[in-house]
Design a protein around this ligand. Structure first.
Ligand code: SF4
Length: 446
């Protein structure tokens, strides 16, 4: 045995072996060298979408081997929407379109522009590993955008990236201390999650490790629940008190309000605006990692493609649309989904699952079982977590961001637009594919 091998512990050797195997697999899978894995994916995240996200994370470009990278196969939602591209518009804009958006449109508070019309979703320490959090923070810093802590506190390793980390305050108040509010450029109040509204959050005891429970100020290896409601908020006035509390600690912080999509979500959005929110973040029903129960994902909240135009129109009617930023999440998978959400009326989007897929997620739904994710993503297991190397993972996310930006610029160019802001609310540029199909079939019959 070489001296180098002798110096390593058994644990280091195991991690190294698996890391090598995973890296090799990750690079060869999307080439389709071994064909498509028969059980990979589902109707929303098809095998093609998963493979093509891996290709983008690897190369920074969309796949050239025929994989479908724009839509899934769910038979609904964004998968049935397309753009009405006009040929003559193609040559109309020579320079790349502007993909930046502002996250503060109020007349007060600091300016906050980001170069891409999306940022990273809240995923807590405990639900994901510290290594994944760090990877996301690194790429957010590189692009001058944001990632979000989720409800689980702030590992010290994130502090160097604090200007790019949104602090989430949710119903369990896990890890919320005065200093993490002070760090935050944006504080996100999570009132509900679109994948499981009315159910709150649940971190299984197996994942609530010693390090996680220390930050969450709880007892190690016990399950943690975040209740569904904030027991201190039953009205807009109560919500306003929360915002005042944050502003007392950190007057500079912008406020985001994350809500799920019940029928009266338009009224909730208006109320949040009057309470002082800068960002209204709608979380629709298609999102969530493998930890969110399927029955909740499929049956409770309104799909995001219905909620966005409902809220957008209501804000326009109330005369406050230009003062508030509308952000959509909950199943936004691709650059095309982002562009469609914006055409429906959002200013921008939030990406969560897509980032995990870029880092190797296969959508196997094992996030909450045993030691957690076999790829080191949604786990707090000391050994499995090491399968993610933050610098390399940040490179993959950087590649994904670059690919998404290029695709958005291509969509805008083909629509004859010079900025992503011009796309907002342009439902006239969208095509409902089923109607189109129906018209074609009827035309053929006649
Ligand atoms: S266990 Fe890992 S690979 Fe499987 S769905 Fe969860 S994050 Fe993805």
């Amino acid at each position: 045995m070489s001296n180098q091998l002798k110096d390593k512990t058994t644990e280091e050797l195991i991690v190294e072996k698996h890391l090598a195997a995973l890296t090799k697999g990750f690079q060869s899978w999307p080439t389709l060298e071994h064909g498509k894995m028969p059980a990979l994916g589902d109707a929303r995240w098809t095998a093609d979408l998963i493979y093509s996200t891996w290709v983008q994370a690897q190369t920074g470009s969309v796949p050239k081997n025929g994989l479908e990278y724009k839509v899934g196969n769910s038979g609904g939602g964004f998968d049935l929407l397309d753009f009405k591209f006009a040929d003559k518009a193609k040559a109309s804009t020579a320079k790349p379109a502007d993909t930046s958006i502002s996250l503060n449109k109020r007349s007060f508070g600091k300016r906050c522009d980001i170069p891409l019309p999306f940022y990273g979703a809240g995923m807590s320490y405990g639900s994901i590993s510290q290594q994944v959090m760090l990877s996301r923070a690194k790429v957010a810093k590189k692009w001058g955008t944001f990632t979000c802590s989720g409800e689980g506190g702030y590992p010290d390793e994130l502090i160097p990236y604090k200007d790019h980390v949104i602090t989430q305050v949710a119903t369990g108040l896990f890890g919320i201390r005065e200093e993490v509010i002070r760090y935050a450029p944006i504080v996100e109040f999570k009132y509900a999650q679109g994948a499981k509204p009315g159910l709150g959050g649940h971190l299984l005891g197996d994942k609530s490790s010693i390090a996680v429970s220390k930050i969450r100020e709880s007892v190690p290896w016990t399950s943690l629940f975040s209740p569904f409601p904030f027991h201190s908020v039953y009205s807009i006035e109560d919500h306003k008190k929360h915002i005042d509390w944050v502003k007392t600690i950190n007057p500079e912080a912008l406020i985001s309000v994350k809500v799920s999509t019940p029928n009266d979500v338009d009224m909730v959005a208006v109320g949040s605006y009057y309470a002082g929110a800068n960002i209204i973040h709608l979380d629709g029903s298609y999102g969530g990692t493998g930890a969110a129960p399927q029955i909740a994902k499929k049956n409770i909240a309104m799909p995001i493609e219905l909620a966005i135009p409902k809220v957008h129109k209501h804000l326009v009617k109330e005369g406050i649309r230009e003062e508030v930023v509308l952000i959509a999440s909950g199943g936004i998978r691709t650059a095309h989904d982002i562009a469609k959400a914006i055409a429906l009326g959002a200013d921008g989007c939030v990406l969560g699952t897509s980032e995990l897929v870029a880092l190797g997620c296969t959508r196997c739904s094992n996030c909450e079982r045993g030691r957690g994710c076999p790829f080191g993503l949604t786990t707090t297991d000391a050994q499995l977590s090491q399968l993610i190397q933050p610098d390399r993972a940040a490179e993959k996310l950087d590649n994904l961001y670059r690919s998404i930006q290029e695709q958005l610029q291509e969509i805008l160019r083909d629509l004859g637009l010079s900025s992503i802001k011009e796309l907002r609310g342009r439902v006239d540029l969208l095509l409902y594919k089923r109607e189109n199909q129906k018209e074609k079939t009827e035309g053929e019959k006649n």
